[in-house]
Write a protein that binds this ligand. Structure first.
Ligand SMILES: [Zn+2]
Length: 390
């Protein structure tokens, strides 16, 4: 349990700009947020608060205030396995609360502030003098059981078979919504898991084997902070040094669609994001481009959405293993219960799997391992540190 006391301040904002110059770090904000929606269910002000790091948030929000508080508090999953996942949690942190407009006006009156402030004409910060917010958070730890599933195919070269090409996807998704609806996760990451099985089947049924061995990895806990892959990378069944590359399929079954930028699915029938392949090894990147030209013919897009840190491959990149991440892009059903199987573009999914198969084959059959041009540390240094995960 933790007990904390914060200075308390009323914040009225219609846009992220209204927060400019306000000293809000470490304070408890009684927040009336009238800004526009941004992404992932956040508003522009909610987005701006990431950088500000208030100590606690009390949202003036009738809808949230009416919810069962136990459903508003979110669970934080802590991976036992890796430093990288420790302390990561889901978006809502426990020090968030909600008050109805009525309760907020009563509170303001009681504290000597004018409740008319909530009518929305003014913006800015109004310290609630003489009052602090005290939060008492009790946490409960419960062990959860989850498994990574691995498959191994031995290579054909007596020496090089001790090296391995890793191919990954994640088998978990978000479970159930508070209202009981199932998050289907057909694209995220049913599609990648399907691709993984298809690639494994293609290798297993081919009479010929490439020189190096193949390790097929279906990870758990990706959505909770890349926990399964973090565990694997810190408890590998084959030494990490023997993995010459890792290829990740996460969301490979759709045509990218973004209402905000006006990007339409029908314009993306042939597009595929190739993410991270150039970061550690130029050679791996070149192999991806060649294989695409020979066997798939996708129009590659790159990491426009900043997803390099957002799937399991990053835990391998951190071990200086060259990676490539295949991703058909975001869509309006991302992380919603409507990410359903009827929306999957199966021929496209199969083409992505075929591409990954051909890249894996090429890499596994090289007479040398793909050259590591930059370590993960060097990559991070060159790009000025890690961008926000979301
Ligand atoms: Zn995913």
């Amino acid at each position: 349990a933790s007990d904390k006391t914060y200075p308390f301040v009323l914040v009225l904002a219609k846009s992220a700009k209204d927060l400019d110059g306000l000293q809000l770090k470490g304070k408890a904000l009684l927040l009336l947020d009238r800004s526009k929606p941004w992404r992932f269910g956040l508003t522009e002000v909610g987005r701006a608060l990431w950088g500000i790091r208030p100590g606690a948030l009390v949202l003036i929000d009738d809808k949230r205030a009416a919810q069962d508080p136990s459903k508003r508090m979110s669970v934080r999953f802590v991976g036992e396995g890796s430093k990288g996942t420790r302390g990561r949690g889901r978006r809502l942190r426990p020090n968030r609360y909600a008050l109805s407009t009525k309760a907020a006006s009563e509170l303001l009156s009681a504290c000597g502030l004018d409740p008319k402030l909530l009518e929305g004409k003014k913006t800015g910060a109004f310290p609630i003098e003489g009052y602090t917010l005290h939060s008492h958070v009790q946490t409960q730890k419960r062990p959860a059981f989850a498994v990574n599933v691995l498959g191994y195919l031995e290579g054909s070269d007596p020496k090089l078979k001790d090296e391995v090409v890793g191919i990954g996807a994640h088998l978990d998704h978000l479970g159930k919504a508070p209202d009981g609806q199932v998050y289907n996760g057909a694209d995220d990451d049913g599609s990648g898991s399907t691709g993984l099985l298809a690639v494994a089947k293609a290798f297993a049924t081919n009479g010929r084997r490439p020189k190096r061995s193949l390790l097929f990895m279906a990870f758990c806990g990706e959505e909770m902070g890349l926990i399964g892959s973090g565990w694997y990378a810190s408890h590998p069944v084959l030494p990490n040094e023997s993995m010459v590359a890792e290829l990740q399929m996460d969301m490979i079954g759709r045509n990218e669609e973004n209402k905000r930028t006006g990007e339409k699915a029908e314009d993306n029938l042939n597009s595929l994001h190739l993410v991270g392949s150039k970061k550690l090894s130029d050679e791996l990147h070149t192999i991806c481009l060649e294989a695409n030209e020979q066997f798939a013919g996708f129009d590659f897009e790159w990491d426009e959405e900043g997803v390099f840190f957002r799937s399991d491959h990053v835990n391998f990149a951190k071990k200086d293993i060259p990676i490539a991440f295949f991703f058909t892009g975001f869509h309006p059903q991302y992380h919603r219960t409507s990410d359903t199987i009827d929306r999957i573009d199966f021929p496209k999914l199969a083409r992505v799997a075929r591409l990954v198969y051909s890249i894996a084959w090429k890499v596994a059959d090289l007479d040398h391992r793909p050259k590591l041009d930059r370590t993960y540390k060097e990559v991070m240094k060159a790009q000025g540190g890690r961008r926000r995960r979301r």
